[in-house]
Ligand binder design. Structure first.
Ligand SMILES: Nc1ncnc2c1ncn2[C@@H]1O[C@H](COP(=O)(O)OP(=O)(O)OP(=O)(O)O)[C@@H](O)[C@H]1O
Ligand SMILES: [Mg+2]
Length: 255
């Protein structure tokens, strides 16, 4: 079964700046794809091609100009089974780590008791145990990203949208986080749509990689990734990995 079905999605931003009218921006045009239950799909594409716009539409934050989105067969409505981690981590500096982690789940109606029963395990799993009372400003970059992820995973949703979740991390921390995320998803069978600039990351994590064209973005190519899981650093050195990477880089160059 498909958890996400996107058909003919088009979005145009009409911008007004300081009295004069700036030209409208056609961000995405005629974009279609689907994600199956339990599938991990990565989206790569040039900067400004509409990746974040796509995730914002899927999360219900903005309404598309044209096209349809179905989540688990239902037309996208105000309440939908999607948890969204935006491109910037958006932690609230005046709330401690625990409150930052739980605010979204509380707002979406999860009971305090249910949250309390899950938190100790999640804090250990996300490597944040002992930091519940700290402030976001006292965390490292990797810890902030894990906290933003923990907050997303705590939402009672079947589909998770991640917009460059490791974007601001150095290469080594990034690799650690990718390995760790694979472990988390081992015991958590949710569907994931991940936006990334990093072709290696897409190939390490995804079952399928979608390449978007330059703005206005649509799907240019789809690549199936069939390495066994869990994938280790050695996966990066397989001839097949190099082959798929070249294919993706070539597609991006043509995007
Ligand atoms: N709120 C907005 N108002 C007007 N234009 C916008 C708005 N949000 C995005 N855009 C424009 O839409 C296009 C796509 O933006 P988007 O943020 O979706 O790109 P992206 O693929 O996520 O880029 P990046 O990889 O750099 O994050 C860009 O040209 C951007 O300027
Ligand atoms: Mg973006």
């Amino acid at each position: 079964m498909n958890v996400i079905d996107v058909r003919g999605l088009t979005h145009q931003f009409n911008r007004n700046s300081g009295g004069g009218r700036a030209p409208a921006i056609l961000a995405i045009k005629g974009l279609s794809f689907s994600v199956m239950e339990g599938e991990f799909v990565a989206v790569v594409g040039p900067s400004g091609c509409g990746k974040s716009t796509l995730l914002r539409i899927l999360s219900g934050l903005i309404h598309p100009t044209e096209g349809e989105v179905f989540i688990k067969g239902q037309k996208l409505a105000d309440s939908n089974p999607i948890a969204y981690m935006p491109q910037r981590d958006l932690l609230l500096p005046w709330l401690n780590v625990q409150k930052n982690a739980t605010l979204g789940a509380r707002l979406s109606g999860v009971s305090k008791a249910e949250i309390q029963s899950k938190l100790p395990h999640l804090f250990r799993q996300f490597g944040l145990d002992g930091f519940q009372e700290s402030w976001p400003s006292q965390l490292s970059g990797g810890m902030r990203q894990r906290l933003a992820l923990l907050r997303t995973f705590l939402m009672p949703r079947d589909v998770i949208l991640l917009d460059e979740p490791f974007g601001s991390l150095d290469a080594i921390t990034r690799r650690d986080m990718q390995n760790w995320l694979q472990g988390v998803l081992d015991s958590d069978q949710r569907s994931v749509l991940l936006v990334t600039h990093d072709v290696d990351e897409a190939l390490m994590l995804a079952d399928r990689v979608l390449v978007m064209t330059n703005r206005p973005g649509k799907i240019l190519k789809e690549v199936r990734v069939e390495f066994p899981r869990p994938r280790y650093t050695q996966t990066l050195t397989l001839p097949k990995f190099t082959e798929l990477k070249e294919l993706l880089l070539q597609s991006l160059a043509e995007a």
